[in-house]
Ligand binder design. Structure first.
Ligand SMILES: Cc1cc2nc3c(=O)[nH]c(=O)nc-3n(C[C@H](O)[C@H](O)[C@H](O)COP(=O)(O)OP(=O)(O)OC[C@H]3O[C@@H](n4cnc5c(N)ncnc54)[C@H](O)[C@@H]3O)c2cc1C
Length: 286
């Protein structure tokens, strides 16, 4: 009997070529990929918060958020930190290298919910990558929001992603600002911005909690404190959204690796409202 073929969606059915690599921090770089097949490249669409499964040949596959502008899919950015078996090999890729791609997968940030409201992004470290597409969209549709506020925290100045872009975002756009505030845990002498964890920025921003929709992304501990702090300020839990990371292998709800309580992070997430996520985050070993 012939072995049954793997479901099509488990096979990386697209390849992409690394076009450019930008070293962002000592352990993190942005890989700009172009899908090889022109029709697939033209047809590819993603929403902010979604991720691709990137397959490094002869090594393995990892879920990585798409961190570029959803309106420009000829090149797709993936900002990747080297942390283990596959991502360490990613580090050795050069322009011209090819990878397999499946995607996009997962729930997007519900950016439309923020229309007419203050759009607040709270990012910690690498967590700026999955929210960057929201900023591109907000810049394009700046008139749809009242304030657009981006709060960025990092361990130190050398760990802040997209540093030049952050400066550019804070310029006025059609008379309305993108407000960017930075803070680091451990500043150096040249650091001109905040000192402390990202929640220390809340008081200086002057939140209007009843008209705020928040998108929070970073290490789990940071998201817990950041979201809980917003609730303390009066932001309703269902208007706060977080993006969860779990070890993931198939991305199509089959392998069970990313099961989180009753949810599968690959399909029910990675973006969840805090009103759901907060209960599960408190449970050990979930
Ligand atoms: C939806 C989603 C989006 C992601 N987006 C990005 C991104 O934009 N950029 C990026 O650099 N990384 C991202 N990640 C994390 C990335 O997928 C993992 O770092 C990667 O899978 C690690 O694989 P590895 O083989 O290199 O390391 P491994 O050798 O598998 O693991 C190294 C260590 O990290 C732990 N680990 C592995 N995966 C995870 C995880 N998902 N969460 C917590 N601990 C883990 C392992 O237990 C081990 O201790 C994302 C993960 C998910 C689920």
């Amino acid at each position: 009997m012939e072995p049954s073929p793997a479901p099509a969606s488990l096979i990386p059915d697209m390849t992409a070529t690394v076009r450019r690599i930008v070293q962002e921090t000592p352990d993190t770089a942005t890989y700009w990929l172009a899908i090889d097949e022109p029709e697939r490249r033209a047809a590819y669409r993603f929403r902010p918060g979604q991720f691709n499964m990137l397959y490094v040949f002869a090594t393995g596959e990892v879920p990585i958020s798409v961190s570029s502008d959803p309106a420009h899919t000829q090149r797709l950015a993936h900002t990747i930190r080297a942390t283990g078996r596959v991502t360490d090999v990613v580090r050795s890729l050069h322009p011209g290298a090819r990878v397999g791609v499946r995607g996009p997968f997962g729930t997007p940030w519900p950016v439309r919910e923020a229309e007419g409201q203050d759009l607040l992004i709270v990012a910690g470290g690498l967590g700026l990558a999955p929210v960057r597409p929201i900023v591109y969209e907000a810049i394009r549709a700046r008139d749809r929001y009242r304030r657009v506020v981006v709060l960025v925290g990092a361990r130190g100045p050398e760990h802040v992603l997209y540093r030049h872009q952050l400066d550019a975002w804070s310029h006025w756009i059609r008379g309305r600002a993108i407000e960017v505030h930075l803070t680091v845990d451990v500043p150096d002498d040249a650091w001109p911005f905040g000192h402390g964890v990202v929640t220390t920025l809340y008081p200086q921003v002057g939140l209007a909690p009843k008209r705020t929709t928040a998108f929070v992304c970073g290490p789990e501990i940071m998201m817990r404190f950041a979201a809980a702090g917003l609730v303390d300020h009066g932001v309703p839990p269902d208007r706060i959204h977080v993006s969860m990371e779990r070890n993931m292998q198939c991305a199509v709800r089959m392998c069970g690796h990313c099961q989180w309580g009753p949810a599968f992070v690959c399909e029910d997430g990675p973006v969840f409202p805090w009103s759901r996520a907060s209960a599960w985050l408190g449970v050990d070993e979930l």
